[in-house]
Ligand binder design. Structure first.
Ligand code: NAD
Length: 297
């Protein structure tokens, strides 16, 4: 069993670190939030006084931080200097591909093995240990990381070299962000046409409009009892996190030259939703923005 240094034990990192403990690993944690540290200490983690302290004896280092700037900061100001030579580093945060590749490059120069391994599945998946992990990095790093990744997730895909995990994550969430708005627009149009929402669900959930945003996360209350629409759009997956992911997609498209017109329009809508009352709501609440901005006919 490995000695793991884990930095960033928030909503996702906390349960992921708990699952590493459950699998028998020794986990030392650091976070800026004492509350989050206490939650995971109650499961058996050792609390470190700093990021450097958390990683100094570790065989494997895992980070789960909000965004690219936090990842860059933590690695360059603490982790690279404090880690033992040659250890394996796994960044599970969702960040931009450019930063992921830059951190990989520094890790390689300094002789460390590194993976980007962003996740999908939300807090529920993190707690249950059923996350999908999209992994970028060398075959050697992936082989070494597998037992650690398997303690946190169920579907683990080695997507390619440095940054490939983030590339998969950004493409997946761009699809999700656009699809949710397509489903929401269809339900608002159905309302206007006098079509019962359950009937639309019964048709489209088995017809060509079928997608996860409809069948698992339906944006109107009723057809999918577990969807956030049934609890006044409490997240779930917050609208501002969806906006962050859409912006990552737009930035990647700009850097690498791809046409993402649908994503750009969808991102504008999420931006308006977040600034006009959707902050703190689930991203599927975008249906209310769409309904409220319908042209008067
Ligand atoms: P969170 O804000 O709950 O957790 C992030 C943690 O990092 C916080 O506890 C914060 O205190 C800590 N932190 C920030 N800067 C730090 C530093 N310098 N040193 C130590 N700790 C620091 O966020 P989350 O929901 O756990 O998300 C983490 C990552 O996972 C994000 O990149 C997010 O996009 C991604 N993600 C989230 C979900 C979700 O449903 N919440 C799903 C998939 C992916």
């Amino acid at each position: 069993m490995a000695k793991i240094g884990f930095i960033g034990v928030g909503n996702m990192g906390g349960p992921m670190a708990s699952n590493l403990l459950k699998a028998g690993h020794a986990v030392t944690v650091f976070d800026l939030s004492q509350w989050h540290l206490d939650q995971v200490a109650a499961k058996g983690a050792v609390i470190a006084a700093s990021a450097a302290d958390a990683v100094k004896d570790a065989d494997v280092i895992v980070t789960m931080l909000p965004a690219g700037k936090h990842v860059k900061d933590v690695y360059t100001s603490s982790v690279f200097d404090a880690a033992k030579p040659g250890v394996l580093m796994i960044d599970c945060s969702t960040i931009d591909v450019d930063t992921a590749r830059a951190v990989h490059a520094t890790a390689a120069e300094r002789g460390f093995l590194m993976l980007d391994a962003p996740v999908s599945g939300g807090v529920g998946g993190a707690v249950a240990g059923t996350l999908t992990l999209m992994v970028g990095g060398s075959d050697a790093a992936f082989a070494q990381a597998k037992p650690v990744l398997e303690a946190m997730g169920k579907n683990i895909v080695h997507c390619g070299g440095a940054g490939a995990g983030q590339a998969a994550k950004v493409c997946n969430n761009m699809m999700l962000g656009i699809q949710m708005q397509a489903v929401a627009e269809a339900f608002v149009l159905a309302e206007k046409l006098g079509l019962d929402k359950q009937k639309l669900f019964d048709v489209s959930s088995t017809a060509s409009g079928q997608c996860w945003s409809l069948t698992s996360y339906c944006p109107v209350p009723g057809p999918v009892p577990t969807s956030p629409a049934n609890r006044d759009y409490a997240p779930g997956f917050a609208a501002e996190l969806m906006l962050k992911d859409m912006d990552l997609a737009l930035a990647a498209a700009k850097s690498f030259g791809a046409n993402v017109e649908m994503a750009a329009a969808a991102a504008d809508n999420y931006r308006r939703y977040v600034s006009e009352g959707g902050k703190g709501k689930d991203f599927s609440g975008i249906i209310n923005q769409i309904r409220d901005t319908a042209p008067k006919g």
